[in-house]
Write a protein that binds this ligand. Sequence first.
Ligand code: UDP
Length: 346
Amino acid sequence: MEKKRVLIFGVNGFIGQHLLKHILGKTNWLVIGNDLANNSIRLFLRNPRFEFHRGNIRNEKLIKKLVSKCDVVVPLAGIATPKVYITDPLRVYEIDFEANLFIVRLCAKLKKRIIWPSTSEVYGMSTDTEFHPETSNLVMGPIVKMRWIYAASKQLMDRIIFAYGRDKGLDFTIFRPFNWIGYGQDNIHDTNGNPRVITQFLGNILRGENMRLVDGGSNRRSFTHIDDGIGALIKIIENRKNISSGKIYNIGNPKNNHSIRNLAESILKMAPKYKFFRDRAKNVSIVGITSKKHYGEGYEDILNRTPYIKNTMKDLGWKPKISLAEGLKLTFAGYVEQIQKEKRVS
Ligand code: UDP
C-alpha cells in the first residue's frame, strides 16, 4: 500500500477518532491530526505514525503549515448537530463554511487532494425514494426555518469544490454520510438536548428520563454504523486508479431505514441487557414532544432519508454490512466501557 500522509482536521471528533484508529491499525499511512482537544484519541498520541497538533481551525498559519506537510486532507472539523443549527446558526456557518473555505482554497493552491464531508442533509426534503447524488433535487425550506443553514453551507461548499475541480484541477471526493451512528458520536452526559438521536436516547435511559419522540417519531432515517462508514472512507483515501477523484458518494445503509419510533422502541428493549442502563430502563417511557419545544422555533424535519449507493458500491468495491441491531449493540457496549472507566476514576 502506498505510504500516504493523511491530514485530519477534527481528529478528536466522532468520525475523526474512528478514522484515526482504523488508519493506524490497518494501514501503513501517516496521520497528521488537528483539533482543539485530544481526549478521545489519547491512546494514539504516542503512536510514531501519528502527529497531533492542537489548535483552532481558524488559525491560518497553523493550517498552512499542516496542509503543506500532507498528501490528502480530510477536513472533519465542523458542527453537525441539528439543535445547534437553531441555537447558534452563525457559528455553524462560520466553522462549517468560512473556516473550511480557507482549507479548500489552500488545497486547490497547493495541489492537495481533499476529501470533503458533505451531508445527507443537502438533499433536504427531497421526496425521492432514494437520494441520488446526480439526479435528486436539493430541497430546503424558507430562511425563517433556521435548520437549513447547515445544509445550505454544505451545499454551497459542495458546489465550490466541484467548480474548483472542473476549472482549477482540484482533486476531490465529496462524501455524504447518512446518519452514521456509533460510540463517541456525542456526549452521553449532555443534558441540553444537543446530542443526535441515538446518544440522546441512551443518555435518557442512563438518567432514567423519558425518551421523547419529536412530532410523533414517524420520520425515517437510514442508520449506518461508523465502521461501515470508515470502510468506505478508507477506500476513498486509497483511491485506486483515481476512481474516486471528482466523484460524489452517498455513504449509508438503505437497508437500515427505520422510523424514530421504531428506533426508540428497539433501544428501550435492549437496555436491560446492559450494565448501567439496566437499572433505570424500567422507569423510562417513550413520550411525545413537539419540535418547537424540543428544538425551538425554526426547526423543520426531513420525513425520509434513504441513500442511493450503487455508484459508491461499484467504484469502491464496498458494501455496508452492519444491521441497526448490531450497530446499537456496539454502541451500547462502547458506552458501558466508557462509564465503567469513569466510575473507576471517580
Ligand atoms: N429526535 C427525536 N428525539 C430526540 C432527538 C431527535 O425524536 O430526542 C428525532 C429528530 O427530530 C429527527 C431524528 O430523530 O427526526 C434524527 O435526529 P438526529 O438529531 O439524529 O439528526 P438528523 O437525522 O435530523 O440530522
